[in-house]
Write a protein that binds this ligand. Structure first.
Ligand SMILES: Nc1ncnc2c1ncn2[C@@H]1O[C@H](COP(=O)(O)OP(=O)(O)O)[C@@H](O)[C@H]1O
Ligand SMILES: [Mg+2]
Length: 316
């Protein structure tokens, strides 16, 4: 639904984006992750037709992003900038009504629409608030509502949780996750990776303007992670399970993590999990829980981008 081909925009030597090939499947929630200064906003602005690339192409659906398609792209895309411009001397209602009018939504339809998008953004109670009185978290919600007003198929949200306190972040995340049921394609950026893990289907990791990895979290991590880890909980004597596991070639480590809980790490690829489980069952171990440990997204990110400080700019 969103696609770029060799997209490049240079601001001097090592700044900008280089040969970006983003691919966001239809209906996916795509997490666009990278340190401050990685180039997320630059890529997003190009996708929204607000910045001209030096070379390469960008597409929203079948439409190429170029001046002659601007009007169509604006209809298709809801864009929430990293810094939402707000019109302080208005109520939330007036603010949304203004945007509804700009998209030529008929006045009667507009009223219904405003209520709908405020509900989607979790901001229904703010309808009569003055924009000037809103907290940053509230503003972001109203910004999200604005982004939805013309019912675009694609949402592009630049750091929607940026600058929010933990509670507001959770609420914003919940609102975005709720949009999934509308079938929209959503690209959202963040410099905080774990934040995206729970709601994204696909992640693209950007570092110094280059896309280092793209895919599901699991795909990305299995490429870089040599050790897989499994959590095993038994209802029988864990020492028996430990002894069995200790004899298997490829099992790097099997340690007691709790009274009846064992952590297994192994190097021989994911297929090995099934044979470990079979071995345990065949030897009479009462397995209550056997599951691959959730991938630690933070580690994946650090692994791919080198270390936390590389490419980071202290802009904030
Ligand atoms: N208009 C501009 N002129 C010069 N440099 C810019 C401009 N916009 C962005 N940059 C530089 O390009 C890089 C990427 O910026 P940006 O896309 O805003 O990153 P992010 O959104 O990931 O924090 C940074 O080094 C930034 O300083
Ligand atoms: Mg940015």
């Amino acid at each position: 639904m969103i696609r770029t081909e060799l997209l490049t925009k240079k601001f001097g030597n090592e700044r900008g984006i280089f040969d970006l090939g983003l691919e966001v499947p239809d209906g996916a929630i795509y997490g666009f992750v990278g340190h401050n200064g990685a180039g997320k906003t630059t890529a997003i602005k190009i996708l929204c037709g607000l910045l001209k690339p030096d070379s390469g192409r960008a597409f929203i659906g079948d439409l190429e992003v170029k001046p002659s398609n601007t009007a169509k792209i604006k209809r298709m895309v809801g864009y929430m900038p990293d810094i939402t411009g707000v019109y302080d001397q208005m109520s939330v209602w007036e603010f949304l009504d203004f945007y509804g009018a700009a998209f030529k939504i008929a006045p009667r339809e507009r009223k219904r629409r405003i209520e709908e998008v405020l509900a989607l953004a979790g901001a229904s109670e703010m309808i009569d608030y003055q924009v000037a009185s809103l907290s940053r978290g509230m503003r972001q919600k109203v910004g999200l509502a604005k982004t939805l007003i013309h019912d675009p198929a694609v949402l592009i949200l630049d750091e929607p949780a940026g600058g929010l306190d933990p509670n507001a972040r959770i609420e914003m995340r919940r609102a975005i996750a709720g949009l999934r049921k509308l079938g929209k394609t959503i690209l959202l950026s963040s410099h905080i990776l774990p934040e995206l893990a729970s709601i994204c289907d696909v992640v693209g990791i950007l570092n110094k303007g280059r896309l280092l990895a793209q895919g599901t979290v699991r795909e990305i991590s299995s490429r870089i992670q040599e050790n897989l880890s499994i959590r095993l909980v038994v209802d029988s004597d864990p020492r028996q399970a430990l002894a069995l596991l200790g004899r298997v070639e490829g099992v790097e480590n099997a340690v007691l993590a709790d009274v009846n809980e064992i952590n297994i790490t192994f190097t021989s690829g994911r297929e090995m999990a099934a044979s470990l489980l079979r071995l345990l069952m065949e030897n009479g171990v009462a397995v209550r829980w056997f599951a691959e440990n959730e991938v630690d997204l933070e580690n994946v990110f650090l692994n791919i981008t080198g270390n936390a400080s590389s490419g980071e700019e202290t802009q904030k």
